[in-house]
Design a protein around this ligand. Structure first.
Ligand code: FAD
Length: 350
């Protein structure tokens, strides 16, 4: 965030639904900042490579197999962190998980940006007014599956970013369904932008300025870890002795209907994310971080937000280093050592 602000590529805003502070950023600048931060820290980056298999000795992971234009390669490692969102590595290790194949999951969204917006005029449009027009849109000849989409200011002049489209009942682990979802998401983005340009004040001279790199998947596989974060943990703001991060975000479920389900924690409260949610059952040497953590559907709908995914990544990275230093597995990492390392790195645990 500090780097983004230096580049004038982020703005603070009240969170749309009252759930604390929001930060809107320019993702193009963030790509470059992340690369620089990673390179300065001595990280070796490798793009254009997809993990397609694991190298294992029994239940212990020893590395991954990547597919690239130059063929297949083996990357060996003492600790592997699966931050694939879809738990691709964990699934190859045959760890227990729940997925879109077992239970209903959240809908997918293609986000898009509008350029040349009269931002002063557009930001005066109240959410209720936008939603009322979305409800009416079918009568005017628009096909808008979701009637509660949101549109956000960005740090870029004349640019607004949206979260509007809804592609429902898709299994993101099935590439044929995912392909159809990409096509449908882009079609909807065109339709929602036509609606905004033709019907909403401030967008009269706007144009569709960019689609998300790919359709956004909110949920696919969730592993079963040493602990499974539950809906009750979230809504009762439960605390854990092995906390590696906190979360105050509400349950935000983009189900298959026309609206979105929101359920809040008690005012001002947060719950803890336990380290055990990053530790898959039946696999050694493996950590997961991000939206594939061990959580039930409702808890996941709260904990999957970006800040928490980054905090999980930081915790998994710190745990991996400690495991290497002690020549042991992530499961054996001492919690006090992990927590003091995280506090030293600036993590907010309490
Ligand atoms: C439309 C949409 C809007 C959202 N809006 C917000 C919001 O406003 N605020 C908020 O906080 N959260 C929001 N979220 C939620 C949040 O963005 C995600 O839950 C979070 O970014 C997930 O992070 P992640 O790192 O776990 O997974 P991802 O961001 O999905 O990252 C996984 C990465 O792994 C790579 N990968 C996947 N498989 C492989 C493989 N086999 N080999 C190699 N690489 C692989 C992918 O390319 C990707 O780069 C939104 C989500 C969506 C879909």
């Amino acid at each position: 965030v500090e780097e983004l602000l230096k580049h004038k590529a982020a703005i603070y805003r009240p969170n749309t639904y009252g759930a604390g502070q929001g930060i809107t950023y320019d993702p193009e600048t963030l790509k470059v900042i992340w690369e620089q931060l990673a390179l300065q820290s001595g990280v070796r980056l490798l793009y254009h490579a997809l993990v397609v298999d694991v190298i294992r000795e029994g239940d212990t992971i020893q590395g991954v197999v990547i597919a690239s234009k130059a063929g297949l390669f083996r990357l060996t490692a003492q600790v592997v962190i699966d931050a694939s969102g879809d738990a691709d590595v964990a699934a190859r290790m045959d760890v227990p998980f729940e997925s879109s194949r077992d239970v209903p999951i959240q809908s997918l969204t293609t986000t898009f940006k509008l350029i040349n917006v009269d931002v002063e005029k557009a930001k005066n449009v109240k959410k209720a007014e936008l939603h009322a027009k979305m409800q009416q849109a079918a009568e005017w000849g628009y096909d808008l599956p979701r009637k509660e989409g949101s549109v956000h200011l960005t740090p870029l002049p004349g640019v607004m970013a949206t979260n509007m489209t809804r592609v429902r009942d898709v299994d993101p682990l099935d590439i044929q369904q995912l392909t159809q979802a990409e096509i449908e998401g882009r079609r909807q983005a065109m339709e929602y932008s036509r609606f905004l340009i033709e019907r909403i004040p401030g967008y009269e001279k706007a144009a569709l300025g960019g689609l998300s790199v790919q359709i956004g998947v909110r949920e696919s596989r969730r592993i079963f870890g040493e602990y499974r974060l539950s809906r009750d943990d979230v809504l009762s703001a439960r605390k854990f002795s092995d906390a590696i991060a906190q979360c105050g975000a509400p349950i935000e479920e983009h189900h298959a209907g026309q609206d979105t389900r929101w359920e809040y924690l008690p005012e001002g409260e947060t719950y803890h994310i336990p380290y055990r949610c990053l530790l898959p059952q039946k696999a050694e040497g493996l950590l997961v971080a991000g939206r594939c953590l061990s959580a039930d559907h409702d808890a996941h709908a709260s904990v999957r937000s970006m800040g928490q995914c980054m905090a999980m990544g930081q915790a998994a990275g710190a745990a991996a280093v400690i495991a290497l230093q002690h020549n042991t597995h992530p499961r054996a990492v001492a919690i006090p050592e992990l927590q003091s390392t995280l506090r030293r790195l600036g993590a907010i645990l309490d």
